[in-house]
Design a protein around this ligand. Sequence first.
Ligand code: ATP
Length: 298
Amino acid sequence: MTGPHDAILAVRNLVKDYGPVRAVRGISFDVPRDCCFGLLGPNGAGKTTTVEIIEGVTPLTSGEVLYEGKAAGTRFRQDSGVQFQTAALQDFITVRETLEMFHRLYRRRANLEQVISDCALDKLQKRDNRKLSGGQRQRLLLGIALVNDPKILFLDEPTTGMDPQARRNFWELVERIRARRKTIVLTTHYMEEAQALCDEIVIMNEGEIVTQGAPEQLLKAHYKEIILELPESDLAEIPPEFPFLSYRRNGLVEIHTGDANEAITRLSRAGAPLGRLNIRPYRLEDLFLDLTGKELRS
Ligand code: ATP
């Protein structure tokens, strides 16, 4: 039996109070099977609380979590894998020994060689855990989350602290794992990451869901316009009554317009140099900012 729309996981009216603080305010959503599902929100939105309740680490105040249509219990725990951000790795043992140690704990086990290869750990097998870089350590933690061949995998801020190249490499691993028909629940601060990986997202703010759906559809539904970006210094001469909605952030002026030709003509007539003009579609980051009023990266 599965839930509605073949949801592998369904969250219903979830509430969490920490004493007088209501951290999660009655949220409901479905996680479709075999998809990469993103839970996004600014600091304090309630993402970690929600994921920890689903994982069974934190008790809920009210509501329910259904796994394949039934209350999440032992079977869910057997079927799930969690990449913990802060897991302590044992010193003085190698990457391979670490994976073998966790592998032995489960009745259902993944093919260890495949996990090693999927997580790009082949060349690190004999490396002592203490000698791993941040990105390598994250790959090992991912490997540990996969040793029981989970159907559903939880990744909590998996690329925080990685440089852009390591982050992109990690995305490739996630794609590879996903191709093995696993459902992935991802929390992230990086909108670019969510846009690259997620088929479905929920954006939370102050314990509530502000929007949910497929990223491309959400963008299409919210925006009919495109964005022209120019360095602020190139627009120094433009009169303030320039007739397009514009925002200034990060040293850039953004002109939001449904008519790029018209906007460019006007800019040109106003004498603005256009050599550094950038035309771009709306991104999840724009939607996030519009819906929550908060910058994501902290
Ligand atoms: P971040 O991106 O900063 O991790 P988050 O979206 O994961 O944020 P949560 O960590 O779930 O948010 O926190 C939601 C709210 O609950 C915050 O106001 C936080 O201060 C509060 N909170 C979280 N854990 C506890 C706790 N153990 N006791 C009391 N309040 C808590």
